[in-house]
Each structure stands twice: as structure tokens, then as C-alpha cells.
Design a protein around this ligand. Sequence first.
Ligand code: AQP
Length: 325
Amino acid sequence: MKTILSGIQSSGKLHLGNYFGALRQHIQMQEEGDAFYFIANYHSLTSINDGEEIYQNTIDVALDYLALGLDPDKATFFAQSDVPQHAELAWILGTFCPVSLMEKGVAYKDKVAQGLKPNIGLFTYPILQAADILMYNADLVPVGQDQKQNIEICRDLAGKFNHNYGDEYLKLPEPYILESVAVVPGIDGQKMSKSYGNTIGIFDEGKELKKKVMSIETDSTPLDEPKDPESCNVFALIKLFADEEKQNEIAEKYRAGGYGYGHAKKELLGMIEEYFAEARERRKELEQDLDTVVEILVEGGRKARKRAEKVMGPVREAVGLFRGH
Ligand code: AQP
């Protein structure tokens, strides 16, 4: 059975990019393998330094995952901070990481360009991510396209470590990226991303949801004229929700003319509302039972720590680290 691992930062409301690029695959893959999913709250510290916000975001991501169908009996679900071995392994891997490897980090450059503080945590983010993955001997890492480089860095670091200590202490993982949803566009057509402020939240509803959908950028082709669905941001999002038949039907309307972007946005709004209706209700119920949510994380943390030691024990020994307990 393959080991599957992935995480999501608790740095704000989860959006359609997170869902279609990663989370949906996480939920599906819990049926197929030994799955580990975690809330990456150490990573969130690279952009948020408010304790209450970090804590609340962790609970929010737990609520989102559980409402969307994560089953804690099938997947080990935990908060990264509940397994301090992640930070320990990251330190060790950091000693194998040339500064030049981090300097090539596309995500770091993007985030700094977006105005994030260039702190050391952000700079070395891929090293902590490598530790997250290597800790559980993961075979597959379901992620969006933006994470591909980080998985390559992870493989690189694991290879250097194994080579130095002369054994396969760390397993080299493979990324699992679904091409059709590798990059979900945001309201402005760029990659949907919290830091670009162009997201549509999975649990947005009512006026807020409507306002976001209606503000998706389009060209200014008049209503009567034919339009190209393939170059339209609205259609790119419709494709995530509609089956092939429905996609073809809407594409026909685009090409025929007389169908405006406003019409397409209304169809998309209805699809989003319907698709997440059940999860939205489930989330509201879970919000009334936060003790159970915390209990699920506590139990997941216990299982994950146990599993982490299977890798960390031999790693500490290989490295020669003294431990008095
Ligand atoms: N637009 C996207 N299309 C496809 N996949 C995406 N992911 C994120 N945005 C898209 C995937 O979601 C998973 C979790 O991502 P993360 O929590 O590590 O956050 P992120 O990639 O940093 O997400 P954001 O919104 O883009 O956050 P910021 O703005 O903080 O960078 C990952 O598997 C990611 O690929």
C-alpha cells in the first residue's frame, strides 16, 4: 500500500485552488493508501505572527477538511506543530542544503515580490516541507503545480542525506499533480492564491460569494458576439464543476453569441453553491462540536508522532545525535 502525504497551510480561508488542486485528491486518496494529511501551521508562521490567528486558522482548516469529507478513521489527520520531529528533521536537512538551492526557489521569489517579509523561515520553507514529506516515507504527494519545485528539492535533499550516511534512510517521493487542475485561476486570471487576494473561498456564501463570482475578469466582447470559452476565466472555473456534457453545452452557447459573461457567471455561481452545499451544512454542524474536532487532531498527532519516530530514530543515530531520553 502506498503512503500518501500532503498538507495545507493554515494561513487564511481555503479556496477553490486549494480544493481542486489538492484537497479533493486528498479526500479521494484516503480510500487508496496509507494517508497522512496535516495542517501546516509551522509554515504559516512565515507569514502570520499573531498567536490567536494561527490557532484559529488551525481549527478552521480542520473544520474545512472534515466538512469536505476527510475521514479520520481512514487518514491520519494532525497539526504539524503536534509532531515537533518535523522541525527537528528540517534542521538536520538544512545542514545538507546549499544556500544556492534555496536561492533558486520560485515560490520564495514570488512571495517576496507580493510583499511578504523575506524572513529566514520563508526562505527555507522548502526544507521544512521536505522534512514533512520524508518523515512518513511518503510515496506520493498530491499537490498543485506550484509545489513541483519543492518536491524536487525534497528529493534532492533526501538523496544527499542518504548518500552521506550510506543507506536509504529517507525515501524519495513522487509528486502527484493532476494536469487538468494543476493551476486553478483566480478572479483576475492569475493563479488563485491567498497572497494575490484573488480567491473564491470554498465556504464563501451569499452576497460575498456572488460579489466574487461577478467580479471575475473577462474581456469586453459585447453580449451578442461569439466568444471563445477556452480563453475565458469564467469558463476555466465552470470546467471544474461541470461534467463534459454540461461543459460542451456552455461552450456552444459561448460560440453562438447572445450569451454574455454575466450569464456564464450566474451559471458558475449556481454550480459552486450546489457543489459545496452539503459540506457547508456539515461545517456548520462541526462548528457546534469543536471538542470532537480537537479530539480528532489530538488522536492524529499521537499516531503521527509514533510513525515519525520510525524515521527519526535511525536518522538521529546515523547523524550521531546524543539523546538522554
Ligand atoms: N491556484 C491553485 N491551483 C492549483 N492548486 C493550488 N494550490 C494552491 N493554489 C492552487 C495547492 O493547494 C495546496 C495547499 O497550498 P498551501 O496551503 O501550501 O498554500 P499555497 O500554495 O501557498 O496556497 P496559496 O493560496 O497560493 O497561498 P499563498 O498565497 O500563501 O501562497 C498545495 O498543494 C497547492 O499546490
